[in-house]
Write a protein that binds this ligand. Structure first.
Ligand SMILES: NC(=O)c1ccc[n+]([C@@H]2O[C@H](COP(=O)([O-])OP(=O)(O)OC[C@H]3O[C@@H](n4cnc5c(N)ncnc54)[C@H](OP(=O)(O)O)[C@@H]3O)[C@@H](O)[C@H]2O)c1
Length: 416
């Protein structure tokens, strides 16, 4: 998608009295955030675009629920009415679910409108098709708001990919599950009690499955995989490991060893395939995610030149998400083409994966030479092995979690 920002402004009409016309699909948390942010930042937007930035229409499902104070804005439940608006420049998608969003965005692109979407479920399934369709119609798509809310992760990765090769991306991409894990550690209580608290605070849906089973995080992992490696991962939603198996005892035992549970998405490429794992892992104080608490999100990008870059911030919410959408609107025509990273990361044969095992009963059976650390008082063993399945077979009731970050065993922790 070529063209400079100035060309974009010119294409949208050199008449300074004209406006940049936006239709908003959805008027819930995100839609309202975009509406109010365009209002509150109109002066700055006018400086950038040299014209007024206007919401000209809003699509909702249930007309009765809504009362838009501005009478010059079309409020409709009929998408065809949106499509028939003359001089429509941009369609912002802030509705839920794969359909009808996918169909609406296809129609918008074919009509020659650029699109900005926050709809991660839809974009993780159809992002590539929509990007191709945008290219064919000489328009653009922004999707910053689909991953990690207000954190500018898509722009950062695009920027890094221009020169760097990306070896791995890790993320805490679901604020609800991070809130539950943090709250279980700080305020105690069971998983269920803390889930109810998350619902009371408005962080978790009435049906929390997508968040706690890792599906929401997986959708975001797929979007990052397509951006970084050009393809969807081989691993599927069924491979996700959620957070519901966690107990308050495990949290307490880990805490005693200065370890924290985090629900982490990892995207990497081996010679076999692209992997997107979603799993509960334990992080050490050395890991960049150790301090990421509550509903915060974080993304850590490992690259060959710059090394490790970590960003953290609000992963959702009315105004952080609106910020990502406005950034996209401004960037729509500035996108520099980037190539996906084709580099395959060579496995480091000298470093095996470290696992934290929680066992019940009196003892645990381990193959020789795997154990790094054993704490009989807390029933935790840290082992180093690439294949934990043998240990699982010998000890069917153990829980095992990957350990991330350098682990410094202090004298008082080591029990030989
Ligand atoms: N909330 C966040 O912090 C956040 C962050 C990042 C991304 N997102 C994504 O942004 C999107 C919107 O999230 P949200 O939290 O704003 O959702 P929401 O509060 O539930 O609002 C959804 C809006 O979409 C409208 N809608 C739903 N189905 C529709 C249909 N078939 N036709 C027309 N309108 C329809 C609803 O209309 P009615 O009001 O008439 O029911 C409502 O206004 C979702 O895809 C979500 O995954 C959300």
């Amino acid at each position: 998608m070529g063209g400079s920002h100035q060309e974009f402004i010119r294409r949208k009409g050199s008449d300074t009295m004209s406006s940049l016309n936006i239709a908003l699909l959805g008027f819930g948390t995100v839609g309202k955030g975009v509406y109010h942010s365009i209002d509150s930042h109109q002066k700055r937007l006018q400086e950038i675009f040299q014209k007024e930035v206007k919401i000209v229409a809003i699509l909702v499902k249930n007309l009765q629920k809504h009362n838009i104070p501005r009478k010059d804005i079309i409020l409709t439940d009929n998408f065809e009415e949106i499509l028939s608006i003359q001089d429509l420049d941009i369609v912002v998608d802030a509705i839920v679910g794969t359909e009808p969003g996918f169909t609406y965005l296809q129609k918008s692109l074919k009509r020659g409108c650029s699109v900005v979407t926050a709809n991660k479920e839809m974009f993780s399934k159809h992002g590539k098709e929509l990007l191709n369709l945008a290219g064919q119609n000489n328009v653009s798509i922004g999707y910053e708001a689909t991953v990690a809310g207000g954190i500018p992760i898509i722009q950062t990765i695009r920027q890094l990919l221009q020169v760097n090769r990306i070896e791995k991306v890790e993320g805490i991409l679901n604020g609800t599950s991070n809130f539950i894990l943090t709250s279980m550690r700080k305020n105690k209580g069971t998983f269920e009690q803390n889930l109810i608290q998350a619902q009371k605070n408005g962080y978790a849906e009435a049906d929390p499955t997508n968040d706690i089973e890792g599906f929401d995080a997986y959708y975001k992992g797929v979007i990052l995989s397509e951006l970084v490696y050009g393809e969807k991962p081989e691993t599927t939603q069924a491979d996700c490991r959620g957070i519901s198996e966690i107990t308050s005892e495990m949290i307490e035992e880990a805490d005693r060893l200065d370890l924290k549970f985090k629900h982490i998405v990892t995207i990497s490429k081996s010679d076999q395939q692209i992997n997107c794992t979603v799993e509960l892992a334990l992080v050490t104080t050395e890991h960049p995610f150790y301090q990421v608490e509550g509903v915060q999100n974080a993304v850590s990008i490992n690259t060959d030149l710059v090394g490790n870059v970590t960003l953290n911030g609000p992963g959702a919410g009315m105004f952080p998400t609106a910020s990502a959408i406005l950034e996209d609107i401004i960037q729509l025509d500035r996108k520099v083409a980037v190539s996906p990273c084709t580099r395959i990361v060579e496995p480091d044969y000298n470093t095996k994966t470290k696992w934290v095992l929680f066992y019940q009963g009196k003892s645990i059976n381990l193959p020789s030479d795997t154990s790094l650390f054993h704490s009989p008082t807390s029933k935790i063993v840290i082992v180093e092995t690439d294949d934990v399945s043998g240990i699982k077979e010998l000890n069917p009731s153990i829980n095992f979690f990957r350990l991330k970050g350098d682990y410094i065993l202090s004298k008082e922790k080591v029990i030989v």
